[in-house]
Design a protein around this ligand. Sequence first.
Ligand code: ZN
Length: 382
Amino acid sequence: MRSVPGRRPDPAVGSLPAPEPVAECLLIQVAAKEPFEVLRLADRPGSGVVFTGAGAIEAIQATRRHGWKRPLLADRRRYTGPARVRGTVGFAPSWLAGQRDAGVSPVLTDSGYVADGDVTALRAILGQAAEAGPDVTAVLPLHERWLHEGRATLIAEVIAHDVPVALVLERADDPLATAQAMAGLTDLLRSASSVALLGAGIGGLAALAFGAQWAAVGVRASLRSYRPADCEPGSPRRRRRWRPAPQEIVAAPVLSFSPIDAVVSACAASGANVGWACRCSSCQGRTPEWLASAAALDADAHTVDVLLRHAERVRRHTPGPAREQAWRRQCRQALGRHDELGLAALGWQPSGVLMACAAFSSGHAPKAEDQIRARGRRRVPA
Ligand SMILES: [Zn+2]
């Protein structure tokens, strides 16, 4: 949301009715500087917006002044980039107070990064969040091993501090594309009182299905992935090769993100197979060729509508085994369409997170199934 720099608490905003509750919502995560029109993507029950970056609170104030009632959250994202801060850094009091002044609930911490084995940083974030008040959710930007070898420590610390947490999962590709990672996430979801997921892709749907308090899916590829510092654009390793990422959409039949051109080409290669027809409110039964020349916001509207329809299907079921089984059926259907549409012959790999979810067995420790993760995926993390 474009706004004047500098935090200016607006007393009028604090007196507005509180936004709708965030529980069970699939939010969209956008940059604070996104044009105002992006709000229409998430303006429906069960959704809302996470604004990202230093201007997020001003974006929320501007949005609330326009009468928007859906949930609004603010992710400072100090944990990313080559110059990311460590999790031991103190929260900025103005960041927490600014969210409270803007009527935001829950208040998200402006946490730094928790590297592999950095228990000191983990405890620093959780301890500060516990002291900051019951309306605060601790943002936990975690190295991927925290869901694997570090799982027991992570769960013990979250339970000991008894604060809601919102995970951000670091990995060069999809962080939930292994059964081991899914097991780590579901163990935490079943052990802790309130767990959410920020900056997700298709894994946001999986988190909701397995009991997350809420989840946020990035509209841009950069906001649905959390790459290690040496993989970030602008890092010495990446500086020479960096190019702006092409716009991606959800390939609706197979429920995975892919560049628009790749989706259109795959559809054309399969003879515009009726299996590509999308029933979202933007496509209205059309196959995806029209998206190649559509405005970026219309392409995003397709993606968000497809995701929110899946979230609605997930929420139709009671939380617990019934919901998990329903989600796994959705995953198997999408994986089946990958075969039906002949995408393997076009070089597409099936979605790793869908494979991990479809194979995941509720209530049982999963086997070491990392080998099921699709290798050589050409798409960015789902
Ligand atoms: Zn569509």
